[in-house]
Design a protein around this ligand. Structure first.
Ligand code: JJ1
Length: 439
């Protein structure tokens, strides 16, 4: 069934993975081809220089017209130029992993795939991996079996630097996800979401009710919440690494302050990070949270994508079609110190009658506190996102997000995100144990 994936070091769909580990050992250098895989006649490999405004415009254009869409082709991701620079130029990036394919005759950019280096911890093991993203084929060359060539070529380039594992996500089901996450959405601009077909059509009365139930305060509520600055970097690093390690089974390890500065210092229209600078002890951070900005283009007017045979709505209630994009904020990483120092009284310990029950009770108390704190942080994130003009706030049911989605009126979307490893078979991971966000 999988002409390509059945030849690759990934678990078979049918197999249940029972132990974590590589599927094949590191390749001896002489077994790694020194030259790119051949391409079909008329196509050639290139690098896309992320620092070149011209090449970036070509890359941006390719994605704008050909990248990921929802199941009904009503929306397509619209990554901004600045976002793509942020995503592809982290500390330690490798320019050889920004791989393009051009039409030899016209030199038009027809395909792309990228990798960036990342240290991923899977349960107790930390592994240097390539994080593969932005695989994109021009619509005119779909079903020419090009994706396998791009994947093999980026794999070869990753192998050349002695890395033999990769992590990637896809909306589609491939062999074999280590985890499946669902998208959740919190409407900030219900009228616009309705008009673009992003959310369900409602009549005037229903919409008015919805608008009032979704109303948010103008001001954030957590005392000491402010935008992150350079001086916060090392505290954010410690907060984040600890939060990820104590709560999740799959997580990135942020080894340097430079990485934290890159991924978290605010960049207008790209990444927003807020810290809680404890008013009791100024300069000491107790929490932080972040969200990134990713618009989607509106492809078809709502109502056109109705299933065959559906009755055309009378003109008066036909949706507006004047919005070009839906501006979405996506939950990125957060961290909190809230669970420090939860302890039991002697009385409670006695009542537990054993270490095991004590541990469970402490965990339960920590979770209650963390849930309440994350709900406050996420509510402030919604307020800030609304104030910044976003139409919707998105997240997955990964990390501890399910602790706040219900209370904050997120609803499930129709999209899923599956997490995969290349050359690493890992026992499956529950969505709420995934602590690694892909852009
Ligand atoms: O955005 C998504 N779905 C939206 C729009 C659906 C339009 C019809 N298909 C959605 N809307 C409902 C919102 C509603 C708001 C109020 C509360 C209840 C919900 O469900 C989906 C995610 O749900 N997006 C996609 O499918 C895009 C692709 C996702 C896969 C990404 C793969 C990335 C690969 C590279 O890393």
């Amino acid at each position: 069934v999988h002409e390509f994936w059945s030849t690759q070091p990934v678990p078979k769909s049918s197999e249940e993975v029972v132990a974590d580990g590589p599927l094949h050992p590191p390749l001896a250098p002489e077994l790694i081809p020194k030259e790119p895989h051949p391409l079909p006649e008329g196509m050639e490999w290139c690098l896309v220089d992320i620092n070149s405004p011209n090449e970036m415009n070509e890359f941006h254009d390719l994605l704008l017209n050909n990248y990921v869409e929802d199941a009904d082709s009503m929306f397509r991701f619209n990554y901004s130029l600045e976002f793509l620079r942020w995503a592809l130029l982290p500390p330690g990036f490798n320019k050889d992993w920004h791989v393009g394919v051009r039409d030899s005759a016209t030199k038009k950019l027809m395909a792309f795939i990228s990798g960036i280096p990342v240290d991923i911890m899977v349960r107790d093991k930390t592994i240097r991996m390539a994080e593969i993203n932005f695989l994109c084929l021009h619509k005119d060359m779909r079903s020419q079996r090009m994706a396998p060539l791009l994947i093999k070529e980026v794999t070869r380039r990753v192998h050349l630097v002695g890395i033999f594992q990769a992590v990637y996500t896809a909306g589609r089901l491939l062999p074999k996800p280590v985890s499946t996450c669902r998208y959740f959405h919190r409407s900030l601009n219900p009228k616009k979401l309705m008009d673009t077909g992003f959310s369900q059509k409602l009549d005037g009365t229903q919409l008015a009710k919805l608008v009032s139930s979704l109303r948010l305060p103008i001001l954030t509520t957590i005392p000491g919440l402010r935008a992150m600055r350079k001086g916060d970097v090392s505290q954010v690093r410690k907060l984040l690494n600890r939060h990820l390690k104590t709560r999740y089974d799959v997580l990135p390890v942020f080894r340097t302050d430079a990485e934290i500065a890159h991924w978290f210092l605010p960049r207008e229209g790209v990444i927003s990070t807020y810290v809680v600078d404890d008013p009791e002890s100024p300069g000491k951070l107790s929490d932080f949270m972040s969200f990134y900005s990713l618009a989607s283009s509106v492809l078809k007017p709502a109502g056109v994508a109705r299933s065959k045979g559906a009755v055309r709505k009378p003109h008066g209630v036909r949706p507006q079609t004047t919005h070009a994009t839906v501006n979405a904020a996506y939950m990125f990483y957060y961290g909190t110190k809230t669970d420090y120092g939860v302890s039991l009284t002697e009385e409670e310990k006695l009542a537990c009658g054993g270490q095991k029950k004590e541990k469970a009770l402490i965990k339960e108390r920590e979770n209650t506190l963390i849930g309440a704190r994350l709900t406050d942080l996420a509510r402030d994130a919604l307020i800030l996102a609304k104030g910044a003009g976003f139409d919707v706030f998105n997240c997955l049911d990964m990390m501890d997000n399910s602790m706040f989605t219900r209370e904050l009126k997120f609803g499930p979307g129709d999209g899923y995100l599956r997490y995969y490893f290349y050359n690493y078979s890992a026992r499956s991971v529950a969505a709420d144990k995934i602590g690694f966000v892909m852009l």
